[in-house]
Design a binder for this molecule. Structure first.
Ligand code: T4K
Length: 398
């Protein structure tokens, strides 16, 4: 049940009951049609084939490759392992440059391979890597750059490629947020040496857990296939170092079922984004991050910057929403450089990350996806308008 909110007295921070009886989460999974998923499950039970490059994994790889318009997709058990395998396959050594303003898995994947993550700053408008900051951090030890298409907004692919070319380092992308996104008509998945997608439950397209690495380089794809399966090239024949990065058949089943509904998820997210846009239009101090190319966006994250003129700061807004049972998130606060072990190993990083610090202190991510609709968004936007009006009133009175 949703409670009506018409004035400041109706807000839970002022003692009223919460707007939502049940918590409204960021990252609520888009669940496929049960009947479709059950049909795939029947196939698994009939074939008795559960994992190790099974038929459903192969089908998912093929369908995802078609969707991305890319030659090869190598399915993995999750996005983090996919990143680690991609980084290993590219034989990076020494230092690897990446944004601090990303989910910590991007940094951990680098560090877990015994490499030194070096944090570059972002553009405060796009939230994506700033190529000039990347270039300043290149040293003789640098061998790679990991660009991130944050929120599904394409990173500055051309400029980063130029920096990589000029300094003879490899460029790959963490495309975890960018499934079904494109840049100037080309699907994300086709850039750099390879791109890594996450199919985690919270993503617009999920396979419970999972991910793929996409590439147009056949040799690289082959190497990653070996690496995800202990280096086996047939029974008893290990020809490469490897790990266990395999996707299971049940995960592929969820992926295939969700693929059938992907376009409806994108339509729903697009609709939700427009509703949020209308709902907070004209509210002083709020900025809703819009995709640069709406036709090539998946709208999976509703990202709001709470600016100084809003009156209440980001954390006050977070608390007010939480009181209403709206569980917004402060992604990706406070930045990887402030998390362990990087906070300790790179205590001065903050000095060259001013935009990361500023953006991380302003961003709130709001609920969207299939479980959120017009009624919920209307209430959330009302809460924002009241908080804005309340603080404007307080400012006027003070
Ligand atoms: N690179 C980037 C840029 C990424 O964003 C990610 C993952 C990766 C790499 C690594 O990919 P994976 O190895 O994960 O495939 C969540 C996700 O766990 C993570 O996959 C995602 N990024 C990140 C942005 O969000 P948390 O720590 O926020 O998860 P958690 O448990 O707090 O869940 C988020 C929200 O979703 C909660 O409000 C509850 C809701 N939820 C979650 C799950 C799992 C549900 O309603 N149902 C569920 O089943 O990291």
């Amino acid at each position: 049940m949703i409670k009506e909110i018409n004035g400041l007295a109706d807000l839970a921070i002022n003692g009223a009951a919460p707007a939502f009886e049940q918590p409204l989460h960021v990252g609520r999974p888009n669940l496929a049609e049960r009947a479709v998923f059950d049909r795939y499950l029947d196939q698994i039970f009939e074939s008795n084939w559960l994992t190790n490059n099974g038929p459903l994994v192969q089908q998912l790889e093929l369908e995802v490759s078609r969707r991305l318009g890319v030659d090869h997709c190598v399915a993995m058990c999750n996005g983090t392992i996919a990143l680690e395998i991609a980084i290993r396959a590219l034989e990076l050594t020494g230092e690897v440059i990446l944004p601090s303003y990303t989910f910590v898995a991007t940094a951990h994947a680098v560090s877990w391979q015994g490499l030194q993550p070096v944090f570059a700053d972002i553009d405060p408008v796009t939230h994506n890597l700033d190529p000039a900051s990347v270039e300043r951090l290149i040293t003789p030890a640098t061998t790679g750059i990991v660009g991130v298409h944050l929120w599904g907004r394409p990173a500055p692919v051309g400029e980063l490629a130029e920096v990589a070319r000029d300094h003879d380092v490899k460029l790959l992308f963490d495309a975890s947020h960018a499934f079904a996104c494109s840049m100037e008509g080309t699907s994300i998945g086709n850039f750099g040496e390879c791109e890594v997608f996450s199919f985690h439950a919270t993503k617009v397209f999920n396979s419970f857990e999972g991910g793929v690495v996409s590439t147009n380089n056949a040799a690289l794809a082959e190497k990653m296939r070996l690496m995800r399966n202990f280096g086996f090239a047939g029974n008893d024949n290990v020809i490469h170092p490897g790990t266990n990065g395999k996707m299971t058949e049940v995960c592929a089943a969820m992926g295939l079922s969700n693929l059938e509904l992907l376009d409806s998820y994108l339509d729903h997210n697009r609709h939700n984004f427009a509703a949020y846009q209308r709902g907070i239009e004209g509210v002083d101090g709020l900025r809703l991050l819009a995709p640069p190319e709406p036709e090539g966006a998946n709208f999976q994250y509703i990202v709001i910057e709470v600016g100084e003129s809003f009156g209440a700061d980001r954390d006050e807004v977070l608390a007010a929403l939480e009181a209403e049972n709206v569980l917004a998130r402060r992604y990706f606060w406070p930045g990887c450089h402030k998390m362990q072990p990087y906070r300790e190993t790179q205590p001065t990083a903050e000095l060259w990350l001013p935009h990361t610090t500023e953006v991380a202190s302003r961003v709130l991510v709001l609920p969207t996806g299939k479980s959120v609709g017009d009624a919920e968004i209307d209430i959330i936007c009302r809460i924002f308008r009241l908080l804005g009006a309340g603080s404007a009133g307080a400012r006027a009175a003070g």
